[in-house]
Design a protein around this ligand. Structure first.
Ligand SMILES: [Mg+2]
Length: 220
């Protein structure tokens, strides 16, 4: 892990709250999945403190203990519901005004760029239809073998970029982005354009916290 920004060879960005306006209501999404008939029957202690994706997976395993067909049906319904909510939010969202300029400038400086997101591919394409012109690789929930906070999500995009984790920085608005980056062996930069404040990003282990992702250009 290289703390000097001038040695970074790749920047991996989170999407919602970092490159695009965060308008996903995570508690509402979790509650909507929780209301699905097959999920409603599961005791809360089995699912407590889990974020939506992890809750869906845990509920799927719980249901599969009784009936594997029900579990498959639940997983299909839950991910469809999640995707529908994400797509609707994407239609109401927008990229931050500086995002394309930031990515284009990093490319001009020969720095690889990647995007890792727990959001679905369809939502990213609605908000950023020309992302392949700007970012070298994007790994959404649909392609990831593991999603953040698993560090494997960051390793997957870095493998596509051909850059070792020690030469990369992860930029994100959520403490989870910071802890994933640290576990992956990369630097971590927090940004204040999402839901978290500077203290919670530093508490998660951020090497620095910026007002927004475009401020990176002053460091690299
Ligand atoms: Mg985010």
């Amino acid at each position: 892990m290289k703390l000097n920004p001038r040695t970074w060879k790749a920047v991996v960005f989170d999407f919602d709250g970092t490159l695009a306006q965060l308008n996903l209501d995570f508690p509402m999404m979790r509650a909507a999945v929780r209301k699905l008939p097959l999920c409603r029957a599961i005791p809360e202690e089995k699912l407590a403190n889990l974020m939506t994706i992890e809750m869906i997976e845990a509920a799927g395993l719980f249901i599969a203990e009784q009936n594997e067909q029900d579990a498959l049906r639940f997983l299909n319904e839950a991910y469809r519901l999640l995707t529908d909510i994400e797509i609707e939010a994407a239609h109401n969202g927008k990229l931050f005004p500086g995002t394309r300029m930031l990515l284009a400038e990093l490319k001009r400086r020969a720095i690889k760029t990647g995007i890792v997101t727990r959001n679905c591919r369809a939502a990213v394409e609605i908000l950023f239809p020309d992302s392949t012109l700007y970012a070298d690789a994007t790994v959404t929930r649909n392609e990831a073998r593991n999603v953040k906070p698993h560090p494997g999500h960051i390793w997957e995009v870095l493998e596509l970029l051909g850059v070792p984790q020690t030469d990369a920085v992860m930029v994100g608005d959520h403490p989870m982005d910071i802890t994933s980056a640290k576990q992956a062996g990369s630097c971590a930069v927090g940004v204040l354009t999402g839901s978290a404040d500077a203290k919670s990003l530093y508490d998660a282990g951020a090497d620095m916290v910026l007002k927004d992702a475009s401020e990176l250009l002053g460091l690299i």
